[in-house]
Write a protein of this length. Structure first.
Length: 155
């Protein structure tokens, strides 16, 4: 599979589809994003401290901007035919540190000079993505197929 998981190929195919059919796919994209966000939140439960990380999980649809400082892709406008699931916002900037962990290091700031032992990775985002990838892609493909068929019948 390509580095973009076939996204460029999918976008080329979607551009060839009439606008009405593309619009008909938007609910499937939103549902796919919502399902992924639900599973990301479920896997993030084991890392729960205050619950702010889970509350920061957002689904952003085409034409809207992702929350600032969210991972992956904070503060960007979502292109047509896409939905983005992100974690983090201006108050929660540590999602990547929970996902990947941190190495031991010397603290700065208020605790300057002290040693931080590091934290163990508690993956929640990418495991949820990998678990859902095929199911969500198939849902979107079915919606595209249905939209194209209904567009062909309408002509």
């Amino acid at each position: 599979m390509t580095a973009d998981n076939g996204l460029a190929s999918l976008n080329r195919r979607l551009k060839a589809i009439p606008k009405a059919a593309r619009e008909a796919v938007q609910p499937a994209l939103k549902k796919a994003g919502d399902d992924l966000a639900k599973d990301v939140a479920h896997l993030a439960e084991r890392a729960r401290d205050s619950g702010d990380l889970i509350k920061s999980i957002a689904v952003t649809t085409a034409g809207n901007q992702t929350p600032p400082y969210s991972q992956p892709g904070g503060g960007q406008v979502v292109p047509e035919n896409q939905v983005l699931v992100t974690v983090g916002n201006t108050a929660v900037r540590y999602g990547h540190m929970v996902e990947y962990g941190t190495a031991p290091h010397e603290n700065r700031g208020e605790f300057a000079g002290t040693q931080h032992p590091g934290t163990e990775a508690q993956p929640f985002f990418w495991p949820a993505f990998r678990l859902n990838r095929k199911k969500l892609a198939n849902r979107i493909k079915r919606a595209v197929g249905k939209a194209v068929k209904s567009e062909v019948k309408a002509k």
